[in-house]
Design a protein. Structure first.
Length: 76
């Protein structure tokens, strides 16, 4: 079963430019700029926690990404 997660992102720089890099990370389904304390959110889908960890690491490697906070969705 796939794991769905939401990665909140704090950026330094133009969020739209940074989101281009975030969207290029394999496993990122979508990424959007936000209003508020954090600058962006990425929607991630991964086959396992190991793969999810790799996707998050890839997001953190994007130039301009300063901080991420991940929320894993739980089935209801």
């Amino acid at each position: 079963m796939a794991i769905d997660a939401y990665v909140l992102i704090d950026c330094s720089g133009d969020p739209e430019e940074i989101l281009q890099g975030v969207r290029a990370v394999e496993g990122v389904q979508a990424a959007h700029a936000l209003f508020g304390d954090l600058d962006a959110i990425a929607v991630v889908q991964a086959e396992s926690l190991v793969v999810l960890d790799r996707v998050i690491a890839g997001i953190n490697e994007v130039e301009g990404v300063e901080y991420t906070d991940t929320r894993i969705a739980r089935p209801c």
